[in-house]
Design a protein around this ligand. Structure first.
Ligand code: PFF
Ligand code: NA
Length: 452
């Protein structure tokens, strides 16, 4: 067991850790990304493959991240350096923490643009902007938003400000207090929305669409997307779970915590599908629209269903809350590192926030004034979305798996994990062999070296 203390503070209880880590995991990935990926890539078969990836690849890395964090008790970058030195290895491992921070900045810049849309949609729903609107009309409203750089800027700037305020207040007074309110609220909203969708929507069609298993609709490429998404959804590969682990009290069981987080995240992804698709099917709206699924189609459903303006606003409030509790975990690795360099927390937050804000601006402009600029047919927005989750997160995850599996001694891992030998061996075996091979496959595919 590590005797080290974090200079940033500690979660006050197991529940606080669970809420923070679950808040990080549950995000746009579950409510925005997962439903459109599942819809586009074969429904039930995709979901089964995704579940296998969670268990075989993502969960072992989640356990590894929390374990490394709690042992190092510093920002991800310094945790890598410290643990490598403990084992008599090269401090160059700190580079993994560095890559993670870069990925975090890239992720947060498109994440905040999407979360900004969500914020605006709360407002538009309440104002009744979608009442009686056709799908063409709501699609058009969405294009108007993304084609206006300043309107978009207003909303992601607001979202980033909300995120920064929380992180600036620190672990106990900022992060912990926020998740204590927001995560339970998120579950309540989700339950209400699922109930609503099941009552007013076409649950049967949704269930057939999402959960009927048809392996012929599943391409090899879809398998690799499922793996990439398993990293994204559990917040792996950038050090978010490492830094949350660094604040975890010693007495808690890492294994139990990691499993609870993975289960909660998966349940929410599945429930999100049940909150969305019955509504779309009830109104015969397009369901395979990719990234704009819930912004272009879904509002048309709310616009013509009973109390749609209210439930629509609740849906986008849910999405915003989910994004918010994730966003704080995306910048905490960088902020904690700057604090360890001697900066004050507010100053660190401001510095990171400015960088993210500027890079969000690139994403913003890539959707309008610079939409002509593409690389291999992808706009900057698509590229950031793709590069971060299908290249940088798997790369980070691979390095973390190798570090925990091959660099850290089994003795150190056992001290931190305190579980029986058989279970530890099994986890370590998966981490050493299964995980790296799986990740390597995603990676080669993302680079176009193998084609599914
Ligand atoms: N897990 C978040 C989601 O599913 O939306 C996204 C995310 C958060 C990715 C934090 C990476 C991260 F470090
Ligand atoms: Na998630």
């Amino acid at each position: 067991m590590s005797e080290r203390k974090s200079i940033h503070g500690e979660w006050s209880s197991g529940m606080a850790f669970f809420l923070a880590a679950t808040g990080s995991a549950i995000g746009l990935g579950n409510i925005w990304r997962f439903p459109y990926l599942a819809g586009e890539n074969g429904g039930g078969a995709f979901i089964l493959v995704y579940l296998a990836c969670i268990v075989l690849i993502a969960l072992p890395i989640l356990i590894a991240e929390i374990t490394l964090g709690r042992r190092g008790r510093e920002s991800p970058l310094n945790t890598f350096r410290r643990l490598a030195l403990d084992e008599g290895r090269s401090r160059a491992w700190a580079g993994v923490g560095f890559i993670g921070m870069l990925s975090g900045i890239i992720i947060l810049s498109f994440y905040s643009v999407v979360a900004g849309w969500s914020l605006e949609y709360i407002w538009l729903s309440l104002r009744g902007a979608y009442q009686g609107a056709s799908a063409d009309r709501t699609d058009q409203l969405f294009s108007m938003l993304t084609s206006s750089p300043w309107q978009q800027m207003f909303w992601y700037t607001l979202f980033l400000a909300l995120t920064l305020i929380i992180v600036a207040r620190g672990v106990r007074k900022g992060l912990e207090r926020a998740v204590w309110i927001m995560v339970p609220l998120l579950f309540v909203l989700l339950a209400v929305l699922v109930a609503y969708a099941l009552v007013v929507g076409d649950a049967h069609a949704a269930i057939v669409y999402l959960y009927s298993v048809d392996f012929s609709r599943l391409s090899g490429h879809a398998v690799l997307l499922a793996m990439g998404h398993s990293f994204f959804t559990l917040s792996l590969g950038i050090g978010a779970m490492i830094v949350y682990g660094a604040y975890m009290p010693n007495r808690l069981s890492i294994m139990r915590a990691a499993i609870s987080v993975a289960v909660a995240d998966t349940v929410v992804a599945v429930l999100a599908g049940l909150a969305i698709f019955p509504l779309l099917f009830a109104r015969h709206l397009p369901v395979a629209q990719g990234p704009k699924l819930i912004f272009a189609s879904l509002p048309a459903a709310f616009g013509s269903l009973p109390f749609g303006f209210l439930f629509g606003a609740a849906f986008f409030a849910l999405l915003t809350l989910a994004a918010w509790t994730s966003a704080i975990s995306i910048i905490e690795p960088v902020v904690s590192w700057l604090v360890e360099l001697g900066w004050s927390r507010p100053r660190s937050v401001l510095a990171v926030g400015s960088v993210v804000w500027m890079s969000s601006m690139l994403i913003d402009f890539s959707l309008n004034v610079w939409s002509g600029i593409t690389w291999q047919g992808r706009t900057l927005f698509d590229l950031f979305n793709f590069v971060s989750s299908d290249i940088m997160l798997p790369l980070g995850g691979l390095l973390i798996a190798l570090f925990a599996g091959w660099v850290i001694s089994e003795r150190s891992l056992r001290q931190e994990l305190r579980m029986n030998r058989g279970a530890l061996r099994l986890w370590l075996w998966v981490l050493r062999y299964v995980t790296p091979v799986g990740v390597l496959l995603i990676f080669l595919n993302a680079l176009g070296l193998i084609r599914g």
